[in-house]
Design a protein around this ligand. Structure first.
Ligand code: HEM
Length: 453
């Protein structure tokens, strides 16, 4: 047990302070390899120092449990979230403390099982519409296709369908904003933001555009009344303690947060699953067998979700190998201890689910794509915090049930008719940015399954 056995020591091992800059500098471009290397060399808790800032890299489920659950009160989101709050304001992803707790309480009902089931119907409808547009033998970029699909789904769930065009505009503004992340981070981020650069101008312009779109939609929703979507729920939400609702600014922050958090990660999870299925025909055959047994040639519905057990295992295994949110972190609010070491206030604590979920101590033969690992009798023997694609504790992803339903229903609806094969000339690589994207997309060709409806 990593936490219990370590004796008290001042600092964990790690590269010498003069060498620490190397993995930290490298990790500004590739956020996985340098972390994996440092962990491999120095152990499950390591320290890199950049000036006075201390970066602790963690690689053990016990530590995740400590920072995300047992010691969550001594933690806030890491420095990266300062960048996100420039765009998302004080929404669920970026807010802290009592304010976050109040917002979470108010928004949680929008993700209750009954509500999610309603969204399930539109998930299937959107996937059915997409599969009609596909043609036998067609070449396409699966990453782009899945991004378009999840954008349509979240656009419908959040803003109702008529505003799909607006959803696309929001996405375009985000494409300008998000690549600025590394430039706006410490130590020089504050300076970079103030320089009269065209990129800074475009950034501000894009944020203004987001504001315009969101405030206009809030205004329209106020006028038209409940539309059964998430934005309507945000408008009606009241705090159970003081009965107060949210200001328009807060609704803007929450809606934008749900929009941003609610489509790219799911699109990536599904894209990586298409890739893995194409490389593992024996898994693909079992997946098809389940679809044929459950659907019996008819169109899927949201009610089929509960019976698509193998499809869920496939998705779970895909998010083990390619977790869309592959890196995460916290900042220590006070001096605390972890694994017997003192973690001082202000330290940045970083962990990568990509690295830990490929650790043979927790997942034997970790490189193997094996959905059978998710059989309940095997999965329940595993450390609960060894698999954390949705985080854990108070800040667990609020959209997790939405994402499972979406991933399973989309894969099943498209997989009932279509099989995808990777372009043989393409070599698949990682593009680890905020999320784990495939480098240069996922070029695939489509094949209609024999006898498919
Ligand atoms: C496969 C899909 C998804 C993955 C892998 C994912 C992953 C995550 C992770 C790891 C966190 C925790 C971040 C932390 O601990 O710092 C998170 C938080 C969050 N996610 Fe997701 N997410 C997914 C889909 C969704 C969807 C569909 C929505 C909304 C419709 C959503 C909304 C959010 C929000 C609002 C938070 C912040 C929650 C809080 O701090 O209270 N996510 N997500």
């Amino acid at each position: 047990m990593a936490v219990a056995s370590a004796a008290w020591k001042k600092d964990p091992p790690g590269p010498h302070i003069l060498v620490s800059w190397k993995p930290l500098y490298e990790s500004r471009r590739d956020h996985i390899t340098p972390i994996a290397r440092v962990i491999q060399e120095y152990g499950d808790i390591t320290l890199c120092r950049l000036g006075h800032v201390r970066f602790y890299f963690l690689n053990h489920p016990d530590y995740f449990q400590e920072i995300l659950v047992n010691k969550h009160k001594f933690m806030r989101k890491d420095v990266y979230f300062n960048f996100l709050s420039l765009v998302l304001g004080n929404g669920l992803l970026t807010s802290e403390g009592d304010f976050h707790l109040r917002q979470r309480r108010m928004i949680q009902p929008a993700f209750h099982r009954e509500r999610i089931r309603g969204y399930g119907e539109s998930m299937v409808r959107c996937a059915l519409a997409l599969r009609e547009t596909w043609r036998d033998g067609q070449d396409l970029n699966m990453a782009t296709e899945m991004m378009g699909l999840t954008l349509a789904i979240v656009g419908k769930a959040l803003f109702n369908s008529d505003v799909a065009v607006e959803a696309r505009k929001v996405q375009q503004a985000l494409e300008i904003i998000l690549p600025m992340d590394m430039r706006y981070l410490p130590p020089l981020g504050w300076l970079m933001r103030r320089l009269p650069l065209p990129s800074n101008y475009r950034f501000k312009q894009a944020v203004r555009e987001l504001d315009e779109i969101l405030f206009r939609m809030i205004e329209e929703h106020r006028r038209s009344g409940d539309q059964g979507d998430l934005l309507s729920m945000l408008l009606e939400a009241q705090d159970e303690e003081d009965g107060a609702g949210m200001t328009d600014r807060q609704i803007r922050d929450e809606a934008l947060t749900l929009f941003l958090a609610g489509h790219e990660s799911t699109a990536l999870a599904i894209t990586w699953t298409w890739y893995l299925l194409s490389q593992h025909p024996e898994v693909e055959a079992k997946f098809h067998q389940e679809l044929d047994e459950v659907f019996q040639g008819r169109e899927p519905t949201a009610d089929d979700y509960a019976r698509l057990t193998y499809t869920r295992w496939v998705l779970a295994e895909s998010m083990r190998l390619y977790p869309p949110v592959y890196i995460n972190g916290r900042e220590a609010l006070e001096d605390t201890t972890l694994g017997g070491y003192t973690i001082p206030k202000g330290a940045q604590i970083i962990y990568s689910s990509y690295v830990t979920q490929r650790d043979p101590r927790f997942f034997p033969h970790p490189e193997r794509f094996d959905p059978e690992r998710w059989r309940p009798e095997i999965a329940e023997k595993r450390h609960k915090f060894a698999y954390i694609p949705f985080g854990a504790g108070r800040r667990l992803c609020i959209g997790e049930p939405f994402a499972w339903m979406e991933g399973v229903l989309v894969l099943a609806t498209l997989g009932q008719r279509w099989q995808a094969r990777l372009d043989p000339a393409h070599s698949v690589g990682l593009d680890p940015r905020i999320t784990l994207r495939p480098r240069n997309g996922m070029p695939m060709s489509l094949h209609r399954r024999p006898g498919a409806p």
